[in-house]
Each structure stands twice: as structure tokens, then as C-alpha cells.
Design a protein around this ligand. Sequence first.
Ligand SMILES: *Cc1c(COP(=O)(O)O)cnc(C)c1O
Length: 400
Amino acid sequence: MSSHKDCKPATRIVSGGRRKEWTWPVVNPPVWRGSTHLYENSQDLRGGHPNADGHFHYGRRGSPTQWALSEALTELEPGAYGTVLFPSGLGAISGALLSVLKAGDVLLMTDNVYEPSRDAARTLLADFGIETRFFDPLDLDGFPDQFCDRTKAVLLEAPGSLTLEVCDIPALAAIARDKGALSLIDNTWASPLGFNPLVHGCDITIMALTKHVGGHSDLMMGSVAAGEELYNRVRLKSQALGIVVSPDDAALALRGLRSMHVRLKQSTATALKLAEWLNTRPEVARVMCPMLPGAPGHDLWARDFTGGCGLFSFLLRDCDVQAQSRFIDALELFGIGYSWGGYESLATPFEPSRARSATAWPPEGISQSDRYGIRLAIGLEDADDLLADLAQAFEKMEPG
Ligand SMILES: *Cc1c(COP(=O)(O)O)cnc(C)c1O
């Protein structure tokens, strides 16, 4: 199968990475398990094989199964030269940050970042002498003042973890570039189907493949994509760290990827329907779903994004931690657990105060008693069944 780079995303997601020499005569690349790669003769071994996907060398540099996944992801990511795979989304974030920062550098990290990214900054990066400062992603006017001459990178995430704020990504990335800093973004929520960071001014885009790409709650993986120079830096750093993903996992990720477009469409439509309904409920103080017209962040989402997903949050009105628990525990169709992007719906309680340091929680306009949230990850179940489940859980939430 030849490349279809000029086709629409729905076509590229089906054709990407299926080079004839990696697949023929079956549809998917076989699982190439191998540590040793054999050479024809000693001249072939000495022959200098380029350090790039598509060239056999040794198991740590992958095989056609991993190369096909990298190439399929690169073809979905306008502006990317290549994609480096990591064994988890967090591994991809840490790997990308370590690739562009060194001792003495300062990193600016969005305050609504995925909490383990915050933890990695405070432990791993701090131990390497890299300082992290957190900033309010919605304070565009104050952003230039966050930089000093040691600031070398900015980590964005949009919508933000748990609270789903949408920042002005192109404006923040342009300011970072102007200040001589690289901008990286955790694009797990939107995936390249919903947002293309590299054409909106970001330098590096990161995704937890664990979520939408895997799609079936049975896989951990991450990816980092960038233009040629940064891609090579990340690639060399990951090789120095000895990072390689297993061919079995790469095959699972490829299987998930092929249907990601229709799964996201379906779960987005269901999420929007539920968000609209929640917005009318007296038990709900605020719905935080960028796809919902009138919700916080909707205007920027509509300007910059081409799609959404099933992950959104809402705040319970006049609630305490007991009522929040009663609501979650009454749900019958929603699993209780971390992660998201699977075919099954999940619900998690949150109150993000401890994961914020540069912004206040609750935010302006939200009272203390409305600060407890529920995050829903909508899967592929029937929307009316999920709605009925939420409705009965609201009834059981009432005390007594
Ligand atoms: C889950 C998640 C990650 C981490 O991915 P893992 O594969 O679980 O390590 C990173 N960023 C976001 C936004 C996530 O939701």
C-alpha cells in the first residue's frame, strides 16, 4: 500500500504504515519478535545502516511492527517528520522533556497539567537540575512575564486535565517561540484527529496512546512526534535510555488506531448529548466540556480543534465528598477507575486543589460548596442508557 498523505484523516488512519515490504501479502504487519537481526555477511554488517525506521540493526531499534506504527502516527500528524514510541504516555512526556532540557534550564508547565507530569517535574527533572515553574494557561497577558533567560521549554496541555480549560495554544506557542523557548504539548485528549499542534505553532506533540489509540483498555504506550531536528533529538535520547516498545504492543496499538476515527466520532456525540443534559440538571453547578456551546473554552475549541472526545467533567452543586461518593457508587454502567479512551465508560471523582499551584480552585464564579467534580470518560454504550444511569445516580446521591 502506498502512502496517501494527501487524503483525509479517515483515509490516512487506514492506510498509514502499511508499506508493502512490511505487510505483503497480509493486511497488517506481522509481529516481528526479534532481538538479533541477521546480516548477509560481514560486509553487510559493517555496511553502516542508517539509524532510522526501516533499517534493520538490532532489536532495540525496532522491527517492521514498530516502524509501521510510527509511520502510521506520523502520517496522521501534519508537520511531523517522525514519531518516537515510548512504553507509556508518561514515559513519552518525561522522554520528550529530557530530550530538550538540561541542568540549569527552566521549564514552564501549565498549571492544569496531568498530575503525574507535575510529579515528574518535581522529582525526575529537579534531580537533573531542571527547574519547573507553573503558570496559568488562561492568563495570556501575564504569560510573557513568566520567562527568564534560562527558560528553554513550555509544556502545554489542552484541554487541561480534569478541569478541561482550553487555552489559546497558537498564541502561547508564538510567545514561547518569540522568547526562544520550545513548546511541547500533551495532545492526548484531542489526538491528531482533533487538533494538529505542529501546524498551530507547537514544536513537539505528545500523546498517551494508552487512551484513544489503544482504545480497548488493554495497552500502555506513548508517542512523541516532531519535525526532523527535534525528532532526531528525541530518538537519540530514547535510544540512550534503552527504550523500545514490544512488537506485540505495537500490533495492538495499530489495531486500535485503525478504528480510532469512528470510535472518537461516536463517543464525542454521546458525550455532547450527556453534557447538554447535565447542563440542565439542578444538581450540576458547571459542565466542563469544550464541545458544548456556551461551556468554558468552547470558543477556542471551535476555532482551533476539528474534533473532540468522550472525556469531560462537571461540578456537583452544594456537594461534599460523601455525596460525591454516593453519586459515583450508585452508577451501574460506569466503571470507577483511572485512564480513559476505552470502549467502556468510566467515572472518577476529583477535587483538584492539591494538583494546582499557580491557579485557584475553585475558580472564580464557583463557590466552595460547588468544588467537587466528576470526570466522565464516555465509551461506546448507548447514550440513553448512560443518561438513565446518571439520572438514577442523582436520585441516590440525595442524603437519607
Ligand atoms: C493518561 C494520560 C497520560 C499518561 O499516559 P500513560 O500511558 O497512562 O502513562 C498523559 N497525559 C494525559 C493527558 C493522560 O490522560
